[in-house]
Design a binder for this molecule. Structure first.
Ligand SMILES: Nc1ncnc2c1ncn2[C@@H]1O[C@H](COP(=O)(O)OP(=O)(O)O)[C@@H](O)[C@H]1O
Ligand SMILES: [Mg+2]
Length: 254
């Protein structure tokens, strides 16, 4: 990504053409892949999200930071249709996701969204290649095609030769790279990552984040990363800060 693209919060995949507008040059805002409007959510009497609105533009990377308990994971879960908000709306490419039935929402999560968590998301009894192929099989691909597609993710993520290892036979960094491959295999519109480097040392975190950012960008997936780690946030185009259920600040990367 060039400095100019980084400053404008726009990746190379989403660079919008300049248009002439009555003699002045304007750069149109790239389309939002996900729009979040005035989300509210409480667990019992306690509000966890208060009037949260944001836009996620195609191909960009957004970090969400904030203290523990400030509602970051809940926001991610509402944005991705895992949890229903009490109020407000989430639109994927203009479509209200809460209006969908449970089956359609599950399909949407499988087809349009990818997820990477802190750890423990791989199925321990399956070799790496089958872990990556699984979402493709669930989306209807044959086992043979799914494995062939899954295999294409191994070399770019530095995982060649680990196809037959089970999660227990890999390091934490290798497991997270397999988890990234699995999340990206379906070419999601949005890749959500909740503390993806939370269980890794600093050097491994840096490498995992570099691969996460670069592979998402290559596929054209927007990336939304919840993190405590400023070094992780530095890989993103902007950082949103949450406090007590509200978005309180936004910083665009220099
Ligand atoms: N399923 C749940 N049931 C009850 N309370 C919850 C649930 N999920 C989260 N909370 C509460 O909501 C608040 C925000 O949690 P969370 O979104 O996980 O914060 P963060 O990810 O920023 O640490 C916390 O007080 C947490 O205990
Ligand atoms: Mg959390």
């Amino acid at each position: 990504m060039t400095r100019r693209q980084r400053e404008s919060g726009r990746g190379p995949m989403t660079r919008a053409p300049r248009v002439r507008d009555g003699g002045t040059m304007t750069i149109p805002t790239p389309p939002s892949v996900l729009s979040v409007h005035a989300l509210g959510k409480s667990f019992g009497p306690t509000p966890v999200l208060r009037d949260v609105s944001l836009e996620i533009q195609a191909g960009t990377a957004t970090a969400i930071m904030g203290p523990s308990g400030s509602g970051k994971s809940t926001l991610l879960h509402c944005m991705s249709g895992i949890v229903k908000p009490d109020s407000g709306a989430v639109l994927l490419a203009g479509q209200h996701i809460q209006n969908l039935g449970e089956n359609d929402r599950s399909r949407l999560r499988r087809e349009a969204f990818g997820f990477v968590f802190q750890s423990g998301q791989l199925l321990p009894e399956l070799p790496a290649i089958e872990n990556v192929a699984l979402p493709l099989i669930l989306n209807g691909a044959s086992i043979r095609d799914a494995k062939a597609t899954a295999n294409t993710f191994f070399a770019p993520l530095g995982l060649d030769g680990l196809q037959d290892r089970r999660p227990g036979q890999m390091s934490g960094g290798q497991s997270q790279r397999v988890a990234i491959a699995r999340a990206l295999a379906t070419k999601p519109s949005v890749l959500f990552a909740d503390e993806p480097t939370g269980a890794l040392d600093a050097q491994t975190s840096w490498e995992v984040m570099r691969l996460l950012r670069e592979s998402a960008q290559q596929i054209g997936s927007a990336l939304v990363v919840v993190t405590h780690d400023l070094e992780v946030a530095r890989w993103c185009d902007r950082t949103l800060v949450m406090q007590a259920g509200s978005l309180v600040a936004q910083q665009v990367a220099a």
